[in-house]
Design a protein around this ligand. Structure first.
Ligand code: PLP
Length: 397
């Protein structure tokens, strides 16, 4: 199997193609089975071919696919109301991706200041190691050189401060600051959770200076950490929040959630989308919530996450030349590596376990929230085998 010269060369793809998926498993064209702890980068929240999602999508597909936002979309109203009921939010705007959800969040914050008589307040404070997407504004928000290089002037209005540095965040506030934007758990940055106390202090800082607090829960949201949203581990509520990935379970869905107050500038004609919130996407989003909001579902995610973390900690102890620590909450886990994390993810893939490399030499484990205890046991065993091989070849050097 080989790639295609017809495609942009933007991805360093593994030479693997999957034909179908079942729960936590992906089956390659060759018939080989892979345990999927990459989850399409935290997207397949309910695993592959979940019967409730398949039913929701196929039933909707036989009715109507797309009508545009020129008309009412009942599934959109329903999903919006359910997300609002389960969070701090009063209002929701649906998008097709995480980056678009962030674009909407940034625009919402700027418009809030604008309609409140402070059009000069457009700057947003962000944190080093952050990842907010690949559009021009979101690469500026993420501030990472490797994503900005060669794309012309960086979009104006983003001020980055060191990770977890509250004092630097306060110092960066000027008369032009509109908001602070943060991932409660950095995903691409290497599964780096912000302590609840830090979020609480940021909230206080925003209140003191009239800023909006924007959370990026594109990766950490929809049950990934064992709460519906990661901010719910703390006592704070944001003003605006971007979500995506898990809410679609594999169908492209994103959303920007906001309070009535924060969304006050987003009036008719100010923002839009052709595809966002279409009937197919909304049918799947509602079906994902049906399952994630079932009694006991999130408790089970916490339990499985704790069990996985404990088992992984013993693998870390066993192979100190390969791993440094295990990080994360719920089923958003990371293994900090003492060697190249790409090599570690490659060794796991050789054992037919899929994972995702992240920043800070971390390998992410993002299994479906429906992962079974047996899947976890098998994954840990495969990690142990991969680590043993890596440790042996390291020792032989
Ligand atoms: N924000 C976070 C925290 C992410 O992890 C990602 C994607 O990895 C994005 C935003 C961008 O989402 P998308 O790739 O759907 O545009």
């Amino acid at each position: 199997m080989s790639g295609s010269a017809a495609l942009f060369e933007t991805f360093a793809r593994a030479p693997l193609a999957f034909e179908r998926g079942e729960g936590s498993w992906l089956i390659a064209e060759s018939g080989e089975r892979y345990l999927d702890f990459a989850g399409g980068i935290a997207v397949n929240s309910l695993g592959h071919s979940h019967p409730h999602l398949v039913k929701a999508l196929t039933e909707q597909a036989s009715k109507v696919w797309h009508v545009s936002n020129l008309y009412e979309i009942p599934g959109q109203a329903r999903l919006g109301e359910r997300l609002a009921a389960a969070t701090f939010a009063d209002k929701v705007f649906f998008t097709n991706s995480g980056a678009e959800a962030l674009e909407c969040a940034i625009k919402t914050a700027r418009r809030y200041q604008y309609v409140n008589g402070a059009p000069e307040r457009f700057r947003i404070i962000t944190f080093e190691g952050a990842f907010h997407g690949r559009t021009l504004a979101t690469i500026a928000a993420g501030g990472q050189k490797k994503y900005l290089e060669g794309f012309g002037p960086k979009v104006e209005g983003f001020d980055q401060v060191p990770f977890g540095d509250l004092e630097a965040a306060e110092k960066a506030i000027t008369d032009e600051t509109a908001a602070i934007l943060i991932e409660p758990v950095q995903g691409e940055g290497g599964i780096r959770p912000m302590p609840p106390q830090f979020l609480e202090k940021l909230r206080a800082l925003c209140d003191k200076h009239g800023l909006l607090l924007i959370l990026d829960e594109v990766q950490s949201g929809v049950g990934r950490t064992g709460k519906l949203f990661a901010y719910q581990w703390s006592s704070i509520e944001p003003d605006i929040m971007a979500i995506a990935k898990g809410i679609g379970g594999g169908f492209p869905v994103g959303a920007c959630l906001a309070t009535n107050k924060a969304a006050m500038g987003m009036t008719a004609g100010v923002h839009g989308t052709t595809f966002g919130g279409n009937p197919l996407a909304m049918a799947v989003g509602n079906a994902v919530l049906d399952v994630v909001l079932e009694d006991g579902f999130l408790d089970a995610v916490q339990q499985k996450g704790n069990a996985a973390r404990q088992a992984l900690a013993s693998v870390v102890d066993e192979f100190p030349t390969v791993f440094e620590e295990v990080r994360g909450t719920g089923l958003m886990l990371g293994l900090k590596c003492k060697m190249n994390n790409g090599a570690v993810a490659g060794a796991m893939r050789d054992e037919h376990l899929l994972s995702v490399p992240a920043g800070d030499d971390v390998v992410r484990l993002l299994p479906p929230l429906t992962v079974t205890e047996d899947d976890i046991r098998q994954a840990v065993e495969r990690i142990r085998k991969a680590a043993a091989k890596l440790a042996a070849s390291e020792g032989a050097k």
